[in-house]
Design a protein around this ligand. Structure first.
Ligand SMILES: Nc1ncnc2c1ncn2[C@@H]1O[C@H](COP(=O)(O)OP(=O)(O)OP(=O)(O)O)[C@@H](O)[C@H]1O
Ligand SMILES: [Mg+2]
Length: 145
């Protein structure tokens, strides 16, 4: 298990961390984002999209469940599982296909997939913790590396 930690002191710094990942993202990558409400998962994702070359505005897909962006280097799926209460509900909503994406996927509230992060392709797990109003600790883990 390969692990890195970063400290962010602003939303812009969190976006910059996401952007660096977006620039390096490989096809099939699934990023599993975990962290409490308002820790910065969507900020990180906005940067990730920019790193892929997407210029569309990235909005949280809390209600839509998934937003799809076609304008970047790879097709980008942005999921938010906040409202999903069981794995069955996730399967019934047809979201499982995005865990093996034809492109790359970022999943907010990935822990709502209930433990087992989908296996198979490359996975980056990002956990964000707020240590103050403006400071965030980000932990990156790459299972199997
Ligand atoms: N260092 C920081 N990194 C990221 N966001 C920060 C930071 N400091 C303050 N913030 C603020 O925290 C909030 C993060 O909001 P964001 O929507 O990205 O959170 P989220 O984790 O996606 O929340 P949700 O669980 O509701 O989806 C923003 O209001 C942002 O301005
Ligand atoms: Mg969010």
């Amino acid at each position: 298990m390969n692990m890195d930690t970063f400290i962010s002191n602003s939303p812009e710094e969190t976006q910059a961390l996401g952007e660096a990942c977006g620039r390096e993202a490989i096809p099939g990558l699934v990023v599993a984002l975990t962290g409490d409400l308002g820790t910065g998962k969507t900020q990180w994702t906005k940067g990730f999209a920019r790193g892929l070359g997407i210029t569309d505005r990235v909005l949280s897909p809390t209600f839509a469940l998934v937003n799809v962006y076609e304008g970047g280097r790879l097709r980008f799926f942005h999921l938010d599982l906040y409202r999903m209460e069981s794995r069955e509900q996730i399967l019934a909503a047809g979201l499982e296909e995005y865990f093996n994406p034809d492109g790359v996927t970022v999943v907010e509230w990935a822990e709502h997939w209930f433990g087992a992060v989908p296996a198979g392709g490359p996975i980056l797990s990002v956990t964000i913790e707020a240590t103050s109003e403006t400071v965030r600790k980000l932990t990156y883990e790459r299972p199997g590396h």
